[in-house]
Design a protein around this ligand. Structure first.
Ligand SMILES: C[S@@+](CC[C@H](N)C(=O)[O-])C[C@H]1O[C@@H](n2cnc3c(N)ncnc32)[C@H](O)[C@@H]1O
Length: 369
């Protein structure tokens, strides 16, 4: 069966993030603000969860319909063939959001959506009792400008949870965001990538996994593996294919540095867990001693004033980084920070900037070529 699928992604990175979907054989791949829409069967759902790097989850779009009243919302949701998607003991929590719409109360919409599903399930499964004691099915709805969309989440935990970073340093960057920056920097199989503020190593590890074609989801499970309408064989095949595509002998090299020895220890451990330990090395070093190779691409996420230390310390580190790069120029630098003064402190205007969110923090990626 073919499904309409949606993958939310970072605003402004839709086109580059969409390449992964074309690569896995998704059809009708289109991008709009903050999302990639595509079509595909169960094998595409499995591959999208396993192998795409920059999106947070893969959703099946079950229905799209106008919803200006609670009745319209109820009827639209109730018309979905829920009994074919979920067994009668399924547990099905509903989450949602509403923006610029007449139905603005999310809790009220949530209970209408839930009620509409319950009523449909009771009729469809010929029962008066839904124990919700079985397999978890996560449902989402979104109402935008009076248009409702109802989704079934196939990922479960966000796709940034790769499985290699059980522990992180104080202010880790999300793996999906790091992968997005890796894309912006056009990391290749033979790139040398360096990060002078590596923390738990996320930037370097994501770059290495991309260079080695290691599917980011290989070490984790996905909610839809247990969905009754998906065959377990699809997931096994997708995993086997992903494993067969790994290129262990690429020339890629990653080097990370951090002043905190615990961060360096963690980064080395995470790299091993991520299957890139032989391509990535992490060292204890102060940015004041950073001597990057001239061939390298620098990807980094320096301390932000908000969360680590104070703004003055962050400004000083940015200045030091700028000085080190003037002495040791690199082939490209990609720096993500929330510090609006970054370019002044760093001492150079970026060739290009891109707005992105690190969690809830608005940031910019400053790009120098
Ligand atoms: C925002 S965190 C980087 C997080 C990292 N991207 C990750 O995913 O875990 C900034 C890092 O800079 C490190 N740091 C702070 N001062 C430093 C200095 N003078 N030289 C090198 N690293 C420093 C901190 O120890 C911290 O790990």
């Amino acid at each position: 069966m073919t499904y309409d699928l949606v993958a939310p992604c970072y605003f402004g990175t839709e086109s580059s993030a969409s390449f992964d979907f074309k690569r896995i054989g998704a059809e009708n791949v289109t991008v709009t603000d903050g999302r990639i829409s595509f079509r595909g069967d169960e094998s595409v759902i499995a591959a999208a969860n396993l192998a795409t790097r920059c999106t947070e989850r893969i959703l099946i779009l079950l229905k799209r319909f106008p919803a200006r009243t609670f009745d319209e919302l109820f009827d639209g949701v109730n018309a979905i063939h829920w009994e074919e998607l979920m067994p009668k003991d399924a547990e099905f929590p509903v989450k949602g959001s509403s923006l610029s719409s007449t139905l603005s109360s999310v809790p009220a919409c949530q209970s209408i959506v839930k009620k509409a599903i319950v009523e449909r399930m009771k009729v469809g499964h010929h029962t008066n009792f839904l124990p919700e004691s079985g397999q978890l099915y996560k449902l989402r709805f979104s109402i935008r400008k009076d248009m409702a969309e109802v989704f079934l989440d196939t990922s479960g935990d966000g796709l940034h949870k790769r499985g290699y970073r059980a522990n992180a340093t104080e202010a880790p960057i999300k793996e999906t965001l790091a992968a997005t920056i890796v894309d912006l920097a056009r990391v290749r199989t033979d790139s040398l990538v360096q990060d002078p503020f590596c923390g738990s190593g996320t930037m370097i590890i994501e770059a290495a996994q991309k260079a080695m074609r290691i599917a980011p989801g290989l070490q984790r499970r996905f909610l839809a593996e247990h969905y009754s309408f998906m065959e377990p064989g699809q997931w096994r095949q997708a995993r086997e294919k992903a494993l067969s595509e790994i290129q262990r002998d690429v020339a890629f090299e990653g080097r990370g540095f951090d002043i905190d020895p615990r961060a360096v220890e963690l980064a080395n451990r995470n790299a091993k867990l991520a299957g890139v330990g032989n391509k990535c090395k992490f060292f204890v070093a102060d940015v004041a001693d950073f001597m990057p190779d001239s061939r390298s691409i620098m990807l980094t996420n320096p301390p932000y004033g908000e969360r680590l230390g104070d703004l003055e310390m962050a400004a000083k580190l940015e200045k030091t980084l700028g000085e080190r790069l003037r002495i040791n120029p690199v082939s490209g630098s990609y720096i993500i920070t929330s510090d609006a003064e970054f370019e002044q402190n760093f001492g150079k205007k970026a060739a290009k900037r891109r707005k992105l969110y690190n969690g809830m923090i608005p940031c910019q990626v400053y790009m120098y070529y």
